[in-house]
Design a binder for this molecule. Structure first.
Ligand code: SAM
Length: 230
């Protein structure tokens, strides 16, 4: 019948809409990236529905079966480990396949880490670009950062704690005193926003080793000044 793209919290379990819970409770099948993560959410909200893994490693194999279910009048809800499915996760594959089969795709809006981070960053929010994760290879990462030097919009990307220092070193070289905002552990107990240029943030992480999930943002028009750090 319909494929529901259901947004779930990015940390705080209360950040879910009433409609999302209703859709999860009335679906014939829930697809999740990591079923253990999603099970915690479903238990919290008393949702008891069949749950199946849908991730990068099995998406091609199981999509034909899912399309058959959808054609067969079943409602399927697709969720991700955190936030909005399709943003830096494999949901796009099933969404596109469903549209090609004329199956109705219904989005259920909710949290997404990049938008949550942007609105409290203090950087311009009128125009922005989302770069997902930067490439793993340091040369490619640096090249992308260099291409941003003429980018007037606020740039947002996802980063991991084990790679952030390497990325900041590249940012120090390329972006110099551009203000960088790192939003860490959004909606969780240890939520924090770090603001400063790359050199300042590198020093900060020497004292407080980087932990948790993070979003990195900057706008090349906004430079840092000592007095405005943090
Ligand atoms: N679908 C998710 C969304 O809508 O934001 C993103 C999934 S992506 C695989 C995971 C990345 O999102 C993390 O590595 C981190 O960069 C970012 N992220 C997710 N939850 C976050 C949080 N609570 N605080 C900061 N960043 C978060």
């Amino acid at each position: 019948m319909s494929l529901y793209i259901v947004s779930t919290p990015i940390g705080n379990l209360s950040d879910i809409t009433l409609r999302a819970i209703e859709v999860l409770k009335t679906s014939d099948l829930i697809l999740a990236e990591d079923t253990r993560v999603t099970n915690r959410l479903l238990n919290y909200y008393g949702v008891q529905k069949p749950l199946r893994a849908y991730h990068d490693h099995n998406k091609e194999k199981i999509t034909p079966h899912l399309l058959e279910m959808l054609r067969d009048d079943k409602n399927v809800a697709l969720v991700t480990d955190a936030g909005t499915p399709g943003i830096a996760d494999p949901a796009f594959y099933l969404t596109r396949a469903s549209i090609e089969e004329n199956i109705k795709v219904i989005p259920i809006p909710g949290a997404s880490a990049f938008l949550t981070a942007l609105v409290a960053s203090g950087l311009p929010t009128d125009r922005f670009i989302f770069e997902n994760f930067l490439p793993n290879k340091s040369a490619k990462r640096k090249k992308i950062l260099e291409s941003m030097l003429s980018e007037p919009r606020t740039v947002i990307f996802y980063e991991t704690p084990h790679r952030i220092n390497k990325t900041l070193l590249a940012m120090k070289e390329v972006l110099e005193d551009t203000r960088i905002v790192i939003a860490r552990e959004l909606t969780k107990v240890h939520e924090e926003f770090l603001r400063g240029d790359a050199a300042f943030l590198l020093k900060h992480f020497e004292k407080h080793p980087p932990k948790g999930e993070m979003v990195v943002m900057f706008n090349v028009r906004i430079k840092n000044s000592e007095t405005e750090q943090m």
